[in-house]
Design a protein around this ligand. Structure first.
Ligand SMILES: N[C@@H](CCC(=O)N[C@@H](CS)C(=O)NCC(=O)O)C(=O)O
Length: 224
């Protein structure tokens, strides 16, 4: 089958992890077509999709330039993209260096320490059938704890690794948008975590990230 775009990206308009991959693809100017699954119809659990991702969750990518190779788990996808297609290390740290593992450390921390906890805060605030104040409080506290970890580093350096922007920084953007705008009550990001807020706003100003985020806004508006 011939494809005009290098990648197919399975994503979701309201979700988080697909946008993270789109940010990276756009930054590297790689071509992709997004397929947005409909969670209301449970399309992420249907065999047409689980044949690609047995975990039944977005994102997943198909690389049409590599025999339709499939990868799922957002940060594994990001790792695949940079290892294979960021040979000049515009957005990543060269393998074989110590800092490569610092980059990996942040990617793991994002996937295990930020995403799931911030996600549970959303679940207990809007989706859980009962109100469980203690659970919500636990996850909201964890959001601040994770932002505190970032602040402790970013108050001393501009970027997480290598003295420049990499995928490590980009991986945090999507959930931090929600932390800054809707996950916490009476929260002043700039005041409580000034270095992290500055770093986050700088990332939002990146033309590639802006472009992807504007596309999402357009799709969200279309749904309403
Ligand atoms: N650790 C996974 C998390 C994937 C994930 O939770 N995806 C959500 C949307 S952002 C999903 O597909 N949810 C639908 C479901 O759980 O059925 C990753 O980083 O790719």
């Amino acid at each position: 089958m011939s494809h005009s775009n290098q990648f197919t990206l399975f994503s979701h308009i309201g979700g988080h992890n697909g946008w993270k991959v789109a940010f990276v693809l756009e930054e590297l100017q790689l071509t992709y077509q997004s397929v947005y699954l409909n969670f209301r119809k449970n399309e992420q659990k249907a065999p047409e999709f689980t044949k690609y991702n047995p975990n039944g969750r977005i994102p997943a990518i198909i690389d049409h330039s590599n025999n339709d190779f499939v990868v799922w788990e957002s940060n594994a996808i990001i790792q695949y993209i940079i290892d294979k297609y960021d040979k000049e290390h515009k957005l990543s740290i060269a393998p074989g260096t110590d800092e490569y593992y610092t980059q990996l450390q942040w990617l793991y921390f994002q996937a295990s320490g930020q995403g799931p906890y911030f996600g549970q805060a959303v679940w207990f605030s809007v989706a859980h059938p009962e109100k469980v104040a203690s659970a919500l409080e636990r996850y909201q506290k964890e959001i601040k704890r994770v932002l505190g970890v970032l602040e402790s580093v970013l108050s001393k350096q501009e970027w997480l690794v290598g003295g420049r922007m990499t995928v490590a920084d980009i991986s945090f953007v999507r959930w931090n948008i929600d932390a800054a705008t809707r996950l916490l009550e009476n929260f002043d990001f700039e005041k409580e975590f000034p270095a992290t807020a500055k770093w986050h706003n700088k990332l939002l100003e990146r033309p590639a990230i802006k472009k992807v985020w504007e596309e999402r806004a357009r799709l969200v508006a279309q749904q309403q």
